[in-house]
Design a protein around this ligand. Structure first.
Ligand SMILES: Cc1ncc(COP(=O)(O)O)c(C=O)c1O
Length: 379
């Protein structure tokens, strides 16, 4: 049976050659491909610093460490991959889960302002929007709230590399035009991949310097001597040369990858706004500037979502629920108590992500739609 995953990497001969060249070179780590990849990311995003690291999770950890969030109040969404919040726990922040839009799953600004009002004015605060599905969170409005309540902002752009948003002019998600930092993931299912990998982007020189130290043991080389200074406690969160070469090769095709994802999303949206689908589901309205990491359906009836998930799996079509609200997990319940946020519950209740990735052919898309239609007939 043919397997249709919900996402997968797109690797071509140029990627293979880029990695092979590194294998034949002198440096497998800490060589020229790291700085080349960082420079290419900076140019693409129009951001001052891009610091590559071993994963999106490492990027989150590094940015939270650099912002010194121990004891800070962290306002984030429960509709995200665990890493966004797990790393907040890891640095000792107090998590405040904020409700989301029931359709996009993105932070609700009114709920955010209410949550910000609810903590002492003098407390240290961070807002952690996630640009879920590939749709940038409303970063200009979030920045305005951050200024009003003196909070820092880090965008989790793991899903939205390649997406844009408007604020008078066009900005890229993770460009940090309205945030202190942003984090990217180069996991195989993301817009571009390094196998595993991530990056922190920022326009702040001091933050960039701290992040570079933290990702390399906290050690600073001194020119002209073997002696290194231990500036802070640090980690080994470095990306390898092999991964950087792959990332750089992939980055050259990012616009084509995103264009293909958008074309698939447009086709799905047109087909899904007809019968038999409309009796059972709605899809998230088409977002022109989304990077379309995910294409999300909302089933009117949550049990229908679970039936369709199983039936599609039997046909080799893999779908996903992105995400179960994090406060449903026992470990989070212990930290934040029994929460039930209406927008997050409504989002989660019937959501299902169907396959979307650049190499999903027209016949693959039609197969997904046909099988989905067949499921709808049985509901
Ligand atoms: C929203 C979000 N943030 C962070 C991460 C963590 O990225 P990584 O898998 O590269 O550690 C992911 C990965 O799936 C994610 O989806």
């Amino acid at each position: 049976m043919k397997r249709t995953p919900y996402s997968r990497q797109t690797i071509d001969e140029s990627d293979i050659q880029a990695v092979e060249q590194v294998l034949r070179s002198d440096f497998l780590s800490q060589g020229p491909h790291i700085s080349a990849f960082e420079q290419a990311l900076q140019n693409y995003l129009n951001v001052k610093h891009a610091i590559v690291c071993s994963s999106g999770t490492a990027a989150l950890h590094l940015s939270y460490l650099a912002l010194e969030l121990n004891g800070a109040f962290a306002f984030t969404t429960p509709i995200t991959f665990a890493a966004t919040a797990n790393m907040l726990q890891a640095v000792g922040a107090h998590i405040r889960f904020v409700d989301v839009d029931p359709i996009t799953g993105i932070l609700n600004l009114e709920a955010l302002e209410n949550a910000l009002k609810d903590v002492p004015a003098s407390a240290k605060k961070i807002i952690m929007p996630v640009s879920l599905q590939g749709i940038p969170a409303d970063l200009p409005a979030i920045r305005a709230l951050a200024q009003k309540y003196t909070a820092r902002v880090v965008e989790d752009a793991a899903h939205s590399f390649g997406a844009e948003y408007q604020d008078g002019q066009t900005y890229k998600s993770a460009s940090c035009a309205h945030t202190d930092c942003a984090t990217l993931s180069f996991h195989p299912l993301k817009t571009i991949t390094c196998g595993e990998g991530g990056a922190v982007t920022t326009n702040h020189d001091a933050l960039a310097q701290t992040i570079r130290l933290l990702l390399n043991h906290g050690l600073q080389a001194q020119a002209g001597t073997y002696v290194r200074k231990q500036i802070c406690w640090g980690y080994n969160y470095r990306l390898s040369e092999l991964q950087a070469a792959l990332g750089n090769s992939q980055l050259k095709r990012i616009d084509a990858f995103v264009a293909k994802r958008r074309a698939i999303a447009r086709y799905y949206e047109q087909r899904l706004s007809q019968k038999p689908y409309t009796s059972h589901l709605t899809c998230v309205p088409f977002h022109e500037t989304s990077a379309y990491h995910l294409f999300v359906l909302h089933f009117h009836n949550p049990s229908a979502r679970d039936v369709v998930y199983r039936q599609l799996k039997e046909k080799g079509i893999e779908t996903g629920v992105h995400y179960v609200p994090l406060y449903h997990f026992d470990l989070y319940r212990k930290c934040v108590g029994n929460l039930s946020l209406p927008g997050a519950e409504a989002y989660y209740k019937g959501c299902l992500s169907i396959p979307i990735y650049p190499q999903l052919s027209q016949s693959d898309q039609d197969f997904v739609l046909e099988q989905l239609a067949a499921c709808c007939q049985t509901l």
